[in-house]
Design a protein around this ligand. Structure first.
Ligand code: DGT
Ligand code: CA
Ligand code: CA
Length: 510
């Protein structure tokens, strides 16, 4: 369901982009007016459309805008806006979020210098070219430079695994301060998302301003963005943003729930509350203006009639319906793992120490007491040649492997590994739906490779499991420390709704 605010946002963004493009000012204004009308309306446009209300009866809404609003309500998307986004360089769209730069000024800059990226904008602001434009004084230039810097920081995402050590170190650091009772890292970090934009830390403490003073002295803080009475934001030496927030003990659960997100999950929870005449926010759950819950997350969920939902599932991907139907998954944990089917043969002793019952080695097969050793052969599907003995065959799907090549290999391979490079946004373009269906038929397992930058998408894991594909979570370790990578694979598997029964290396024997 789209809210009035979301509809208004899409219309107003369309107006901005049309203006950058230099469209007819009357047309631009019509979108802006419509956005304002929807935003300020006391009526729910979702409802109006569903009830078949004639939108053209509203002031300023003609046939076109009426059709557009209907499209947004029924599909959640606005094709015209999508087109404009494709047409207008991303850099110009990004500039819209810089304070002081509206569509008019962006068009002015573009017309004068034909620049389309934030880097170019920075260059022109620094070398004095931008000053030459009418209306561009030193104050505005300063604002632009600050805005570019912030935007570039905001655009960076970090691999979850790359911030985990910092996050835990910060948690310990904060817990050392006298009067600090609870420290919890919420946001996408708590949801174990493969990448995080920033860290959102909640503290329950006697004297927040003192904690904040202590927080900004953390040895890796490079820049203090703000330090207020209830929240502070800093940047670390690696440009990672950290938001720290003071939270009351009595509303800790509500705050933890709110700041864990995801936003989409929170919105759904709030809708359910509203249907029951309740209100949920970061301070608690309220009924008739009386607070009925907020101390723990369990309490918050219970108050709105739901069961506790694990953070990894909170993405509005069906977790609420699953809870209501009583079939939320019982998520796999690290303790369930009984073996690792892809390690270097030098690590067998380490695997025994971990209590593993079996391993798969890539190089040479070495027989051992105490552990079952399998020989794994990895094969690039683009170059299918087998000239070694093996117990299990792992087919590697590369960026350029076609769906047909994958399908043709299914009667020979035991596992499939799908290449992915998260940082560089590279993955194969194949028909996963079809491939998973055929994998299930051929009993080919999906290998989750646990390297932080190579994790297969959580949504694909979920889809594979729903299609009946079994999973093997492997570390792919070459060094001792890398055996522990398996925890990243577990994180991703949990986000893909995997239960122990879906994963073959949770059994004592294969
Ligand atoms: P990130 O940092 O991009 O990896 O993703 P998150 O999920 O950590 O997002 P962030 O840091 O912007 O905000 C942390 C949480 O705060 C988010 O998951 C949900 C909550 N939150 C933030 N803004 C809003 C909002 O406008 N509405 C609602 N319902 N929740 C919000
Ligand atoms: Ca965050
Ligand atoms: Ca944040």
């Amino acid at each position: 369901m789209v809210t009035n605010a979301q509809i208004a946002q899409m219309l107003s963004q369309t107006a901005d982009l049309l203006e950058i493009k230099g469209e007819n000012p009357f047309k631009v204004r019509a979108y802006r007016n419509a956005a304002r009308l929807v935003e300020n309306s006391s009526k729910d446009f979702n409802k109006l459309v569903k009830e078949g209300f004639d939108l053209t009866k509203l002031p300023g809404i003609g046939n076109d805008l009426s059709t557009y609003i209907k499209e947004i309500v029924t599909t959640g998307k606005f094709s015209k806006l999508e087109e404009l986004k494709k047409e207008i360089p991303q850099g110009l769209v990004d500039m819209l979020s810089i304070e002081g730069l509206g569509p008019k000024r962006i068009k002015q800059i573009y017309d004068a210098f034909h620049i389309t990226s934030l880097d170019e904008l920075k260059k022109y602001a620094e070398n004095g070219e931008l000053d030459k434009l009418p209306g561009f004084g030193p104050k505005l230039i300063e604002k632009i430079l600050k805005g570019v810097k912030q935007l570039k920081k905001a655009g960076i995402r970090f691999l979850w695994a790359d911030v985990a050590d910092i996050a835990e170190d910060l948690r310990e650091y904060l817990l050392k301060f006298p009067g600090v009772e609870i420290v919890e890292i919420a946001g996408s970090y708590r949801r174990r998302k493969e990448t995080v934009g920033d860290l959102d830390i909640l503290v329950v403490a006697e004297d927040y301003p003192k904690v904040s003073e202590y927080f900004i002295k953390y040895h890796r803080v490079k820049e203090v963005h703000s330090a207020g009475l209830t929240r502070s934001t800093v940047f670390l030496d690696n440009d990672l943003q950290i938001d720290l927030r003071a939270v009351g003990k009595e509303s800790y659960g509500a705050a933890l729930h709110y700041f864990t997100g995801s936003k989409a999950h929170n919105i759904e929870i709030r809708k359910i509350a509203i249907e029951k005449g309740m209100k949920v926010n970061e301070y608690g759950v309220y009924k008739d203006n009386k607070r009925i819950a907020g101390k723990t997350e369990e309490e918050v969920y219970k108050a709105v009639g739901l069961c506790y939902i694990e953070p990894e599932l909170r993405e509005n991907r069906g977790e609420i319906e699953a809870c209501l139907k009583g079939n939320l998954p019982n998520l796999i944990t690290l303790n369930d793992i009984k073996g690792d089917l892809n390690i270097n043969c030098n690590l067998i002793d380490e695997a025994i120490k971990k209590g593993y019952k079996f391993v798969g080695v890539r190089d040479k097969k070495i027989k051992r007491k105490n552990i079952q050793v399998y020989k794994i052969l990895e094969i690039d599907l683009n170059n299918f040649q087998i000239n070694e003995e093996y117990d299990f065959l792992t087919g590697i799907v590369n960026v350029n492997t076609s769906t047909d090549l994958v399908l043709n290999a299914l009667n020979q391979v035991d596992f499939l590994r799908f290449f992915r490079d998260i940082k560089n946004n590279i993955e194969p373009k194949i028909d996963y739906d079809l491939i998973f269906k055929e994998m299930a038929k051929n009993n080919v397992k999906l290998e989750i490779i646990s390297k932080p930058n190579n994790l297969i998408k959580d949504t694909l894991i979920k889809k594979a499991i729903e299609t009946g594909v079994k999973i093997s979570i492997v570390s792919n370790a070459n060094k001792k420390e890398e055996l522990d990578f398996i925890k990243y694979g577990i994180n991703q598997a949990r986000r893909g709704w995997a239960e122990s029964k879906d994963v073959i290396n949770t059994n004592n024997y294969l």
